[in-house]
Design a protein around this ligand. Structure first.
Ligand SMILES: [Mg+2]
Length: 107
């Protein structure tokens, strides 16, 4: 299991290198997470039908997408903790953007 956690950590570092530190509202995060879950579904479906033709199922891409899902979930938790979002309060920032944590709006 430590190998899996290492892979998730490496994926988290890749995400930060690509996108920088991400602070999103919960609704935005869930959209990002479900987009990644959709990619898992796509890989599972494609592997299934490729396997039906060749009698082998290649799950490398499916596994990679699962690591990305786990890494996004970790990033979601990191964002909550970074922004002291234990007390969820609905408010808006100066641009009228919906936020769910008053601490996030202070940036
Ligand atoms: Mg993905």
């Amino acid at each position: 299991m430590n190998t899996i956690f290492k892979e998730i950590e490496q994926e988290r570092l890749k995400q930060d290198a690509k996108w920088g530190i991400q602070n999103h509202s919960p609704v935005e995060w869930v959209s990002i997470l479900t987009e990644e879950v959709g990619e898992v579904s796509k890989e599972a479906l494609e592997a299934h039908f490729r396997g039906a033709k060749t009698c082998t199922v290649e799950l490398k891409n499916y596994r990679e997408e699962l690591i990305q899902v786990a890494a996004v979930a970790v990033a979601m938790i990191e964002c909550l903790d970074r922004n002291n979002c234990s007390d969820m309060v609905y408010t808006e920032d100066s641009n009228g953007k919906s936020m769910y944590c008053t601490e996030m709006c202070k940036e």
